[in-house]
Design a protein. Sequence first.
Length: 134
Amino acid sequence: MVAYRDDDIGERIRKIVETRIPAIVSVITSSIPKLVDIKGYYGRYYIEEKEDKYRIIVEIPGANKEDIKIYAQPKTIYVQAKNAVETKYLPREYRVKIEVEENIDLENTKAKYINGILIIDAPKKTATREISVE
């Protein structure tokens, strides 16, 4: 059996907490969908970041495609929708603000709505581009 001094144990625990806890928190928070509840409005979304684009999946059950509005800025996407189904279990209106880390290409961002799920594909805007010499 190895005997440890009290301050050795404290130092070991401090190192474990400093090195492992942030990694654990990061894994947990990245795997849980984000839930936004602003003044009674509800919208749950997931962000899948790929090398060249973001795929954003927004749950908006009960909305009609025609009632969904999407607005985009370089690092933020806003989704608004009205619920076509009146029920006490679903909100009447959805408003979701989604922030991403890198600028997106606003011209080539596309969205589709399938069975209560809105899928937004937002290509990342390239920071550099080649300029041809004339």
